[in-house]
Design a protein. Structure first.
Length: 133
């Protein structure tokens, strides 16, 4: 199977860099797949599970909000956060979810509510990938 160059960047690190056979992300319009020779595009990403197929095996990561640019040369994702399953501590995530639920309920503005909702999405994605590990 043909591969394309994939890079996933967070503010802290290059999370992933290498060849990929397939990529599945969560775009604003729903789940989206990328394969070799996908048409160029730029899209906004929402928090959730990102799946990367490399050497015939799928890997999952929890990724936050961001955007993806697909060009002929490579696919680049810029996201606020990204985690592999081994980097997730379920107890810490559950505590974070409790705090964010409260923050969402007490939001004084639509912006605060949306921020808490986006942060909750990444926490739930972390639990999902950890459970499948």
């Amino acid at each position: 199977m043909r591969t394309f160059n994939l890079e996933i960047h967070t503010p802290e690190r290059v999370f992933f860099s290498g060849g990929a056979e397939s990529l599945t992300v969560n775009a604003e319009s729903g789940e989206m797949g990328v394969l070799y020779h996908t048409l160029p595009l730029v899209t906004i990403l929402v928090g959730g599970v990102t799946r990367i197929k490399q050497d015939g095996k799928w890997m999952e990561a929890a990724c936050g909000e961001g955007f993806m640019a697909v060009t002929k040369e490579k696919t680049s994702i810029f996201t606020e956060s990204a985690f592999w399953p081994h980097e997730v501590d379920p107890d810490a995530v559950n505590g974070e979810i409790d705090g964010l639920d409260e923050k969402k309920r007490k939001a004084a503005s639509l912006a605060e509510y949306r921020m808490a909702k986006a942060q909750l999405a990444i926490q739930f994605a972390k639990l999902k990938i950890k459970k499948r590990e």
